[in-house]
Design a protein around this ligand. Sequence first.
Ligand code: IYR
Length: 226
Amino acid sequence: MTDRYPFIPYRPERLPIDVALERGQRALAEAEARRSVRDFSSDPVPRRAIELAIQAASTAPSGAHRQPWRFVAVSDPALKREIRVAAEAEERASYEGGRMPEEWRAALAPLGTTWKKPYLEVVPWIVVAFEQTYGVADDGSRIKNYYVKESVGIACGMFINALHQMGLATLTHTPSPMAFLSKILGRPANEKPYILFPIGYPASDAQVPDLKRKSLDSVSVWLTDE
Ligand code: IYR
């Protein structure tokens, strides 16, 4: 048996409800303003901003506190080029090589996406989130991880939010299949690519689809005694 963690007091300040709701309203407005972006500026973004976003992501809750994620940050232009070339080859086979079922292509049509991913070379940073399907102990033995997808998904959500707080834009890009990223980025067998994030400022002429988000009513069910 491994030891129990020592337990320590947790006493965050309890806010007056009006202050809490005001903060919630502000957080919602911030979240509402976020958009996934495909038109990026090549303006530099300091490494520190990426470090902060990764640290924020890494505060995510995780199954048995295994923190089964690894964020690989790339600014090297040669590597970004390599990633673009490989991603476009996969995407081309999906979009044009008949690998993507018609139903899926139809679902994407309103977004106007194609196999071309020029932004992968425009952005100052690419961060690839990897999920650790199992951990590796110091002696090389395998450590079981739990709820890996849920844990890494939450971490990625927090990563996206942290970037947005800094005025940075990103895209949850999942060129499919993504195994090429393990090879290009030299990751070990226990790490699987999860999401690729191109990161930068939005281009000054960036455009996004005018999509609407589902209403509170249509995304929630309330079972109350009122
Ligand atoms: N991976 C492809 C296709 C794609 C899939 C979904 I689901 C999207 O919301 C958008 C694109 C691509 O990145 O183009």
